[in-house]
Design a protein around this ligand. Structure first.
Ligand SMILES: NC(=O)c1ccc[n+]([C@@H]2O[C@H](COP(=O)([O-])OP(=O)(O)OC[C@H]3O[C@@H](n4cnc5c(N)ncnc54)[C@H](OP(=O)(O)O)[C@@H]3O)[C@@H](O)[C@H]2O)c1
Length: 315
């Protein structure tokens, strides 16, 4: 295979041995692989891949065609179009994915969209509905709402009948976030005036959370998923008690095979049909040839994007 390889903080396009599928795995000819914040952290040596995946090939999501299957695979066959979650190694022309972490790509969904779908929709669905128990009619705040997870979360919450307040710092992308279903798109500094919030999906971290905590509804649920602006905040426990609120945090990557499989199963049941029906979109801000990963990572780090950056494998 050819792969994006992390070499002492730089990215190279290099040859690597072909991965072999384990008993429950699919070998996938990768067509597209979405970029995530974790890839940028891993490049800088801060977020090592979990055991069992290539340590120096980044990439946590992919879409492509099944090239071979492990002996116990039952759900997919050679030639199927799949998209899925991996612990690492997605940014290569071939990669392996467990069949329980893979989803069929709906007809009509193109490779860039499929390659940018799994990580952010799985993260947003799990945080909003499984952890924060978002319900119809709830008022939900999504911070960092123009990013990959944010644009997924805004759409999912709106479809579920919540009132969605999206905080977006870049004015130029606010109208597009409104088009995705947000009822109000606000500057991060104004979040306090648009509550109270039954649910807060915190994707920004320290620069954002203290304002949201001051605007919780009674029984509010806060799901912390991203801390790009810092991980340490001062917490007013009285505020939390007064709102009878709870805060939870979570990561997807570190979960075991079964844990990830149940998230993907829930996405298959509840979210994939909406993608197939055209009721959800995967906003792709830009695509880059996989061999040009450095430019893609630079674009991701530059900010101001709407949705995903996706790497496209060579033909
Ligand atoms: N826990 C998990 O399982 C999990 C899974 C996926 C992602 N994550 C994390 O969740 C976060 C969001 O992921 P993503 O893929 O959506 O990333 P993303 O596409 O980079 O989106 C991040 C968004 O947050 C905004 N933002 C960043 N710093 C900000 C600040 N100080 N004030 C206001 N807005 C700010 C960005 O705005 P600009 O464009 O203006 O910079 C961008 O719209 C990342 O930290 C990521 O690592 C966690």
């Amino acid at each position: 295979v050819q792969a994006v390889v992390i070499d002492d903080g730089t990215l190279r396009w290099a040859e690597r041995p072909d991965p072999a599928p384990g008993d429950t795995e699919l070998l996938v000819d990768v067509r597209a692989a979405g970029l995530n914040g974790a890839d940028l952290l891993q490049r800088r040596g801060h977020y090592p891949a979990p055991p069992g995946v290539p340590a120096d090939i980044p990439g946590m999501e992919l879409a492509g065609t099944v090239a071979a299957t492990g002996r116990q695979v039952t759900r997919f066959a050679v030639g199927d179009r799949v998209m899925g979650l991996v612990g690492g190694g997605a940014q290569a022309t071939r990669a392996v994915v467990d069949e329980t972490h893979a989803l069929a790509v709906p007809d009509g969904v193109g490779w860039p969209d499929a390659g940018g779908f799994p990580e952010v929709f799985a993260t947003a669905f799990d945080a909003l509905f499984t952890q924060a128990e978002l319900a119809m009619g709830d008022r939900v705040l999504v911070t960092g709402a123009a990013g990959g997870v944010g644009t997924a979360a805004v759409q999912l919450a709106a479809i579920a009948g919540a009132h969605v307040v999206a905080s977006v710092r870049q004015p130029s992308v606010r109208p597009k976030v409104a088009e995705l279903g947000a009822n109000e798109v606000v500057d991060p500094a104004d979040v306090g005036a648009h509550g109270p919030y039954d649910v807060v999906l915190e994707l920004v971290g320290a620069a954002s959370l203290p304002i949201a905590l001051g605007a919780l509804a009674a029984g509010g649920r806060v799901a912390v998923i991203g801390v790009g602006s810092g991980a340490k905040v001062e917490l007013n426990l009285l505020q939390l008690m007064g709102a009878r609120a709870r805060i939870s945090g979570s990561t997807l990557r570190a979960r075991d095979r079964h844990g990830k499989g149940s998230v993907v199963g829930a996405v298959d049941a509840h979210v994939r049909p909406l993608l197939a029906a055209g009721r959800l979109t995967v906003p792709v801000d830009g695509t880059f040839p996989m061999a040009d990963a450095t430019a893609a990572y630079d674009r991701f780090a530059g900010g101001g994007k709407l949705g995903k950056i996706v790497l496209i494998a060579p033909d």
